[in-house]
Design a binder for this molecule. Structure first.
Ligand SMILES: Nc1ccc(Br)nc1
Length: 445
């Protein structure tokens, strides 16, 4: 007897350590808090989504890479107060090593690029789809794991790289049936904020900290943002200046405030002109409030959002030209994005774009008598060798088999019966047309 999910939840209160086994030693059948199982129908949807990620990666000529989900904690120790590093799923292993279930992919990518060193020629265009983790007090009841598709380009210093990544994102949306009226991509550059800090002679060491605070724009009230910015020691004049510039939504206004010839403006102008050439200009818009919450971004940053404003960011990314030197290596210019598997599915549901996820099988082979189980096996085997997906069924009544064939959308039902088999024949039923005929068993394909 298994506990139902309801009764098992009585075993665990809040987030303090709780048993996953009840008083009678019966295991709670739910997965650990904040994690998901993928039973067949959910797994078909996930596989379909990941196939779209892979197909876009192929179209963009990216190579697939992979890493352990377990990483050294050292890869993620950053002092900028990011949410992602305050929620590390970290622990000490039996060897006394400080390790984490990775919260993101980019540091692993950087680690591998450094490890590969001179043996790889730039530019590198790599992608991966991997599970990422966070340990959050369950008070907010949020998930603790999700899968992320990551696309990263190493060795391209110019905004061509960002233009390529934006095309990948737009291609993905288009493959899913999402249009630029459903989704937009906000684009800015951290160099905008850097220019503002320079205008107020704010020391650059405050840069990442200010970025992490400003990333909460829209999540916190203006007063809360002002308070957090002031707490870093910024003058109220500088705080007002930052908020004024970050509220800009027009590149020409930005140029007026920052002056022409500022690198941030030049980069963004170049990127928007690329967008026209690629044909995705109607997907992107300048929004100076976009800074993204990761400390290591240094240039263009972007995030996709649903225009109805009901959901969290769908994906996001940016340039991180100085990440490798934080690991003690020579810097290599880089940019990339992460695209989670959860928000996009919520959006597809909202838009009625979830694909049909029912099963599909080519053939069901069914022996009408148990003495024919052997012949049924050889028929199933030869069909499989010809590439047919075959469900070999036995110990069932024929009525059940017909129901089953409907349930799994089988194309054909191959019945192995005594009278036919004596003549080396089998009976074939085409389930879509109800057509039925006999065929020589060794001519079945
Ligand atoms: N970084 C991160 C990891 C896991 C989840 Br769920 N969300 C964000």
């Amino acid at each position: 007897r298994f506990l139902s999910s309801a009764s098992s939840s009585m075993l665990t209160h809040g987030d303090e350590a709780s048993t996953h086994v009840d008083a009678n030693g019966v295991v709670d059948v739910n997965p650990p808090r904040g994690t998901r199982d993928f039973p067949p129908e959910d797994m078909r949807l996930r596989t379909w989504l990941f196939d779209q990620f892979r197909e876009v990666s192929r179209l963009m000529a990216f190579e697939e890479v992979d890493f352990p989900v377990l990483e050294s904690e050292a890869l993620f120790i950053r002092k900028a107060g990011e949410e992602i590093t305050q929620q590390l799923y970290n622990f000490e292993d039996k060897g006394g090593r400080r390790v984490v279930l990775r919260p993101e992919i980019t540091p692993s990518l950087a680690r591998l690029v450094i490890k590969q060193g001179k043996s790889v020629s730039l530019p590198l265009k790599w992608f991966t789809i991997g599970q990422c983790w966070r340990y959050e007090r369950m008070t907010r009841g949020r998930r603790r794991e999700h899968y992320q598709w990551n696309m990263d380009i190493f060795g391209v210093p110019k905004v061509r790289a960002e233009a390529e990544l934006l095309q990948a994102i737009v291609l993905l949306f288009q493959r899913l049936g999402i249009t630029s009226s459903d989704v937009g991509i906000r684009v800015s550059s951290r160099k905008v904020l850097l220019a503002v800090l320079n205008m107020y002679s704010i020391p650059e060491h405050l840069f990442t900290q200010v970025c992490v605070i400003v990333d909460k724009f829209g999540k916190l009230t203006r007063e809360e943002i002002e308070k957090e910015l002031m707490s870093t020691g910024l003058s109220s004049e500088a705080v007002q200046g930052i908020i004024e510039v970050l509220s800009l939504k027009s590149l020409s206004k930005l140029e007026e405030v920052l002056g022409s010839g500022v690198e941030a403006v030049a980069d963004l102008k170049k990127l928007f002109s690329f967008a026209e050439q690629y044909g995705y200009a109607d997907w992107i818009c300048f929004d100076a409030s976009v800074v993204r919450g990761l400390a290591y971004y240094t240039g263009i940053v972007f995030e996709a959002f649903d225009r109805e404003g009901k959901l969290r960011a769908i994906c996001g990314g940016g340039r991180y030209d100085k990440l490798l030197s934080t690991f003690g290596s020579e810097d290599i210019p880089a940019c990339g994005f992460g695209f989670g598997d959860a928000v996009i599915v919520e959006l597809l549901k909202e838009k009625g774009l979830l694909p049909d996820m029912s099963r599909q099988i080519d053939d069901i082979v069914f022996p009408l008598d148990e003495v024919l189980e052997g012949p049924a096996s050889s028929i199933a085997s030869s069909l499989r060798k010809k590439g047919r997906a075959v469900d070999l069924v036995e110990d069932k009544r024929l009525k059940w088999v017909f129901k089953h064939a409907e349930r799994i959308n089988a194309s054909r039902l191959i019945l192995v019966g005594n009278s036919e088999w004596e003549r080396g024949m089998v009976r074939v039923k085409i389930l879509s047309t109800r057509e039925e005929y006999e065929v020589k068993a060794d001519e079945l394909d």
